[in-house]
Design a protein. Structure first.
Lengths: 242, 112
């Protein structure tokens, strides 16, 4: 990166912006291609073509939710159930947005897409990235977000394309969703000193699953989790300060 | 083989897409700056993501019945493989691919 003269700050050439954005997106590439392929194969094992995989990855660009969406496509048809599941899987995005309020200020016409495509990984990169000198913020964030989205789209389409052409039995492929969530759970567990929220999530949901059964435990679980966490606020914050 | 018609599938995907987008846009509509956000919301923002992963893990095991054959063994074994692999190697792709492969072997060849 060359340093510009202070007198005449020039806008960085687009080629440079693309290069930097691409480099920053590289750590996400393998992961998104892989998750995409797994998702595409999973979706195709339920009888959906590559076009559907592309469409779903495009419109519902949220890793975990895409897998849950496949589950929803195989459950009894219920709009309410779909909405509630999405709410519980993606509630965390409400809070990602909070910490991006400042960051996304002044991104102009790019802002809607930036918000739309704020996945966990894009959030992780953008919340730590330093803007290169004389870089247009909106354009730079936009390109970075687009690269990540493209990896997911490519992986999904390839996965579904080959998934529907494989001859062996894909029974058990559904487990990739469980594995994904277990990995996230382990990573979150290791990143925290206090495990009250994670334990609350598991136990409250187990209790509700036993009481309400596998078809209607999600809403009660969410209510119970929120209630427990709110009543444990003092306790949690005391432990944080200690 | 497909469970829904095209229209039904589109409706479900549409709802999922809408709710996902709404959750992403809402904070930008509701709040001006992080500092001005109510404390209770901030607290929930800190703890809910961890709790909801817990919910999702349980959700994945919801249709497993530990009381009849194969006594949830494929899920427990493959789940343990994922966790152990991840603790040792910390490689997301390996953990997911390894666990899923073990599960597929178990349900197709061992617990048939």
């Amino acid at each position: 990166m060359t340093t510009q003269t202070e007198t005449r700050p020039e806008k960085r050439p687009l080629k440079e912006t693309v290069k930097t954005a691409f480099k920053l997106s590289l750590p996400v590439m393998a992961g998104y291609l892989f998750i995409g392929v797994a998702f595409g194969m999973f979706l195709s094992s339920k009888g959906y073509s590559a076009i559907w995989a592309f469409f779903l990855s495009f419109s519902v660009y949220a890793g975990a939710m895409q897998f849950v969406a496949v589950e929803l496509l195989c459950s009894p048809f219920s709009a309410l159930n779909a909405a509630v599941m999405t709410l519980s899987v993606n509630a965390r995005h409400l809070f990602y947005g909070l910490s991006m309020l400042k960051k996304y200020k002044g991104t102009g016409k790019f802002k809607p897409y930036l918000i739309f495509s704020l996945t966990d990984e894009t959030y992780a990169i953008l919340s730590t990235v330093k803007l290169p000198e004389n870089e247009s913020k909106g354009r730079f964030y936009f390109l970075l977000s687009v690269f990540n989205h493209l990896y997911r789209l490519t992986g999904s389409t390839i996965g579904a394309f080959f998934g529907s052409r494989l001859n062996f039995d894909l029974k058990g492929l559904d487990f990739s969703m469980t594995a994904l969530f277990l990995v996230v759970f382990v990573e979150q567990w290791q990143s925290q000193k206090r495990h009250l929220p994670a334990i609350t999530g598991v136990l409250s949901t187990l209790v509700c699953l036993v009481i309400f059964g596998p078809d209607s435990f999600i809403i009660p679980s969410m209510i119970l989790i929120t209630a427990v966490l709110l009543s444990a606020k003092k306790l949690y914050e005391k432990g944080e300060a200690a | 083989m497909r469970h829904f018609t095209d229209t039904q599938s589109l409706v479900i995907i549409g709802i999922v897409a809408l709710v996902t987008a709404a959750l992403r846009f809402l904070p930008f509509i509701l709040f001006r700056s992080e500092e001005k956000t109510p404390k209770i919301i901030k607290y929930l923002g800190k703890v809910l993501p961890f709790a909801s992963t817990g919910l999702l893990v349980v959700y994945c095991f919801k249709s497993v019945s530990p009381l009849g054959y194969p006594y949830a063994l494929p899920e427990l074994i493959a789940g343990a493989v994922v966790v152990v692999l991840h603790l040792i190697r910390k490689n997301t792709l390996l953990s997911i691919a390894g666990g899923t492969a073990v599960y597929m072997l178990l349900v197709n060849l061992v617990f048939v």
